[in-house]
Design a protein around this ligand. Structure first.
Ligand code: SF4
Ligand code: SF4
Length: 373
């Protein structure tokens, strides 16, 4: 079997891998995506802009995170540090494109379809970007969600970093989706963990870097060597039944975007726990579908040679304030090298073609041997 991939069109979206009835195809993860704490796929949205499909590019971001404007404003863009094009001349202006998309296109009003009501009640403690993110994801999963916050408004540390108007607009989503907010409630003071454990099936702590966790220790939660809450980084669960943790209270989570990423992950496991499902399963499934792509030195040398000969689209430096106009967006998007693509992993094929038919950009062509035709 041979997959022919048109490099200028492949989004590394994985649709073909999902559709293959023999589970033969795997899609590589581009370095930009591998570096993103919230698992945005820059190859996807950058390529959609390059193809003149900016609206769909924005939708891809809106589908990936509940608070896209907050994310774009807070993001330190680790994707650009890992971008292959940076090793050739200049990183793709991924962050400027992300800002352009979230500012130019409103999320669809119906982008959140709530799963049917599970009848279970979960608590999220801490209403910074991480807690807000987890609250939305758990509400989407069909649980009743109560979000506790010590301050008298949500937003946490982001309140010092972004405009109050934008933050207020993003916070509005919580009420729109029916997340109950209990503000002015500090865990360990006006709310205690024993009460939460009695009233809620699962509790997710999403506290800041300076969080004191004595209240959890009193209930029997274990600490690690640094005196932080001991957390299984694969499932985000603590040693206490039904208690999970995310955000900057965890070791190694050192900015708001990494905190939001850890919250999205924790929400998946809290959901599984609340449904009585095993916490083991998704790890295997997730890792099975992902093939990291490594761009080696030889490939980088080839790319440098192509750039020197003018065979690569010219790289693009965004304005210092990071703002792009419509025409600039295309100039910024075209230089992406589209590092990742599908591969036929088991080399087995029935030539049934859903991979080719369902590819959103007609990037994939299956070469069918003459005898099969
Ligand atoms: S070939 Fe098409 S379906 Fe497969 S990853 Fe690329 S864009 Fe997606
Ligand atoms: S060149 Fe494109 S696909 Fe490759 S790392 Fe950079 S943005 Fe991602």
């Amino acid at each position: 079997m041979t997959l022919l991939i048109k490099n200028d069109k492949c989004l590394a979206c994985g649709e073909c891998a999902e559709r293959c009835i023999l589970d033969n195809i795997r899609v590589q993860t581009p370095p930009c995506r591998a570096a993103c704490p919230v698992d945005l796929n820059p190859q996807q949205f950058v390529t959609l802009v390059a193809l003149g499909r900016s609206h769909q590019a924005a939708e891809a971001i809106h589908d990936s995170v509940p608070f896209p404007r907050l994310l774009a404003d807070l993001c330190p863009a680790p994707c650009q540090k890992s971008c292959t094009r940076r090793r050739v001349d200049q990183a793709v202006a991924i962050h400027a494109l992300e800002l352009y998309l979230v500012e130019s296109f409103e999320p669809a009003a119906d982008r959140f379809v709530l799963a049917s009501d599970t009848g279970e009640q979960v608590a999220v403690v801490g209403a910074g970007p991480a807690g807000m993110t987890a609250a939305v994801r758990l509400r989407q999963a069909g649980h009743k969600v109560v979000l506790f916050e010590a301050q008298d408004q949500a937003g946490g540390g982001a309140r010092d970093q972004v405009s109050p108007e934008m933050l207020a607009a993003e916070i509005g989503l919580l009420a729109d989706l029916g997340v109950e907010q209990r503000l002015g409630k500090q865990i360990g003071a006006s709310v205690d963990l024993a009460m939460l454990r009695r009233d809620f099936l699962a509790i997710l702590l999403a506290l800041g870097p300076e969080a004191q966790v004595d209240f959890a220790v009193r209930e029997g939660a274990e600490l690690d060597a640094e005196g932080r809450l001991k957390v299984d980084t694969k499932t985000m669960s603590t040693s206490l039944e039904g208690l999970f943790a995310a955000g900057q209270m965890l070791d190694g989570v050192d900015n708001q975007v990494a905190a939001m990423g850890s919250a999205q992950k924790a929400a998946r496991y809290v959901d599984r726990y609340a449904r009585g499902q095993s916490l083991e399963l998704p790890r295997v499934l997730e890792s099975e579908k992902i093939l990291p792509v490594r761009v080696d030195a030889q490939r980088v040398n080839e790319l440098r040679w192509q750039a020197a000969k003018g065979l690569l689209a010219a790289s693009y430096v965004p304005p210092a304030d990071g703002s792009l106009e419509e025409g600039d967006a295309s100039l910024a998007a075209v230089p992406c090298l589209r590092c990742a693509q599908p591969v036929d992993y088991y080399d087995e094929c029935w030539y049934c073609l859903p991979c080719e038919v369902e590819c959103p950009t007609s990037a994939l062509i299956l070469e069918i041997p003459f005898l099969v035709k």
